[in-house]
Design a protein around this ligand. Sequence first.
Ligand code: NAI
Ligand code: MG
Length: 353
Amino acid sequence: MRHHDIAVIPGDGIGTEVMPEALRVLEAVGARHGIRFGLRHFDWSCETYKRTGRMMPEDGIDQLRDHDAILLGAVGAPGVPDHVSLWGLLIPIRREFDQYVNLRPVRLLPGITPPLRDVGPGDIDFWVVRENTEGEYSQLGGRQAEGTPSEMVLQVAAFTRRGTDRILRYAFDFARRLGRSHVTSATKSNGIFHSMPYWDERFRAIAAEYPGIEADQYHIDILCARFVMSPQRFDVVVGSNLFGDILSDLGPGVTGTIAVAPSGNINPEREHPSMFEPVHGSAPDIMGKGIANPIGQIWSAAMMLDHLGEEQAAADVMRAIETVLGSGDAPLTPDLGGTAATSDLGAAIASAI
Ligand code: NAI
Ligand code: MG
């Protein structure tokens, strides 16, 4: 029996509804592959914040540190400002654990109607690799002459050699690991004077280390258009924090729904736990009804398995999701056009395993 210790943080809203389905699937796939999970549950959420004034305890990061991975639902609740939930939980975890890769698959699943004409399952299948710790998302800058006509605001984007090289190298290594032959860089070196030419320069340097992989780059504006017009052409797309953020919502949008999309916040060196979470939020508009789609959470658990070295188990979960969605009589949740409950869809995927 292999053993993995997982920190489970369901969070708020539908996070608490979809998490049990991911755990149900993990149990099923664990039984099949001889994997035991040591699950430790943390109730950190906006509810905790309302009670204690903190999203997580002061030593929260230390409590998580010894786990092999973190599985997160979603955080955010009406009455608590979003920057509180984000900066009180998600951002500290990403930064303290140096989860500098944000990885998101963009894949059109069977049984889902995409907003694009003439594409089917298999046509759209690529990955967005986003820098997750520096770049445009910084607290550097300031405001001067506040409230006067000469008011000025400066927001600094910080690109370090270390931060830039490691995300670019991850993208190429990842492409090689997947057996994909093509890495695309998102840039804007025609408009952004310092950081993006630097990004391009490092992209060329790192690409030269991977002669077997084709490297190309597009400015972010036309790249967005290409995501919509020809999503078939991509394998791995790498971008800075801001560009990657935009592309990693646009990608799942092009495949029809964000409710099934997963993400990984990864520390590739494995010095710290990585964290896996669905792309969607806590969906206060449907919480408590038991109708949230659990696939984003379940697919996140599959990404976690893959990261833990359980590739066979991860592939089994993906096959189960695709089998159920493609079966024609799947218990679909309302967002997919059905009338089934969260637990019906979760149970169907678990039993397909
Ligand atoms: P959201 O993703 O929660 O909801 C957007 C829309 O998609 C809603 O209509 C919702 O019902 C639907 N939806 C989302 N997930 C679904 C699922 N699994 N099944 C069926 N329908 C689903 O985004 P929104 O409304 O912008 O944010 C709500 C709260 O979630 C906010 O407090 C926000 O800050 C937080 N949030 C948290 C994230 C995280 O924890 N990483 C990510 C995004 C938002
Ligand atoms: Mg985003």
